[in-house]
Design a protein around this ligand. Structure first.
Ligand code: GTP
Ligand code: MG
Length: 282
């Protein structure tokens, strides 16, 4: 029986922990078993029940207080994650093995973990050895995506994670509820972006020819390979949460070997969800 995992990644404050608790609550309603593992050794607040917590293994504060190491918060975090990578048996023990394992890994927000440090890739490989099908879920705060050049840097961050981890990845724009109706309309063009028009948007603000050429090359790369798309995420919109889950489930083929469970209460949006699942399967 395969096991399933989402690696919930993204910059600091992008909404990873909130996403995890929203998915847990949503899954409870549709009678689906989803568990969360906190992988942030500096986490102070989250409101989901944890199956495993990296702070039981190592904490950033302890590392920073160590006089022989003398790390600051970021160096401390990197140290903790490397220590974690050398002690994956702790994770194996904490996870145990139950039927239909579906685990969300709430990762730290330091972007270097997804761009050039090897630890997340090592984690993915380890999870795959334990028969997990892993999907990367990369979150970006929608507030920072409403201008072309900010959007391009968000896309590049998502793309680095995608390229370095080599797993299916679903990209999500969070905090959609905070956008004004006007900004919501504006952001539609960023969800399924046309990079060529994006390039024209930025060309007035960029004066240097070299920088223009670089922006053009990046936009072409993103567009030609259709590499990055975003799904909107509003924690109060059950239908939207369903769509996000459908994309992720589809990418890791969740549900293929499962027996159907009756939802606790069938509501309209759940009927829509089931109908869509059936349509996807046909
Ligand atoms: N309105 C609104 N606020 C949100 C949403 N998601 C997250 N937030 C808020 O944004 C802040 C950061 O959210 P977290 O879920 O802690 O973000 P994180 O990515 O886990 O942060 P780090 O672990 O520090 O990297 C919190 O104050 C949340 O309440 C959302 O969808 N809507
Ligand atoms: Mg968090």
């Amino acid at each position: 029986m395969p096991r399933y995992a989402q690696l919930v990644m993204g910059p600091a404050g992008s909404g990873k922990s909130t996403y995890c608790s929203t998915i847990v609550q949503h899954s409870e309603t549709i009678n689906r078993n989803v568990q969360v593992v906190n992988l942030d050794p500096a986490a102070e607040h989250f409101d989901y029940p944890v199956t495993a917590d990296i702070r039981e293994l190592i904490q950033v504060d302890d590392v920073m207080e160590d006089d022989s190491l003398r790390f600051g918060p970021n160096g401390g975090l990197v140290f903790c994650m490397e220590y974690f990578a050398n002690n994956f048996d702790w994770l194996e023990e904490s996870l145990g093995h139950t039927e239909d394992d579906y685990i969300l890994f709430d990762c730290p927000g330091q972007i270097e973990l997804y761009t050039h440090l090897p630890v997340m890739k090592q984690l993915v490989e380890q999870l795959q050895q334990w028969e997990f099908r892993v999907c990367g879920v990369f979150l970006v705060d929608s507030q920072f995506m409403v201008e072309s050049f900010k959007f391009i840097s968000g896309v590049m961050a998502a793309l680095s994670a995608m390229v370095s981890l080599e797993i299916p990845q679903v990209n999500i724009m969070t905090k959609m509820d905070l956008l004004s109706p006007k900004a919501k309309k504006e952001i539609e063009k960023y969800l399924d972006p046309d990079m060529y028009s994006m390039m024209e948007d930025t060309s007035d603000t960029i004066r240097s020819t070299k920088f223009k050429k670089l922006t053009k090359a990046i936009c072409e790369l993103i567009d030609d390979y259709s590499m990055v798309r975003f799904l909107p995420f509003d924690r109060s919109d059950e239908e939207g949460i369903n769509i996000v889950m459908q994309h992720i489930d589809f990418s890791i083929q969740y549900g293929e070997d499962l027996e159907f469970k009756e939802p606790k209460v069938i509501e309209n949006y759940q009927i829509n969800y089931i109908t869509k699942q059936i349509n996807l399967a046909i």
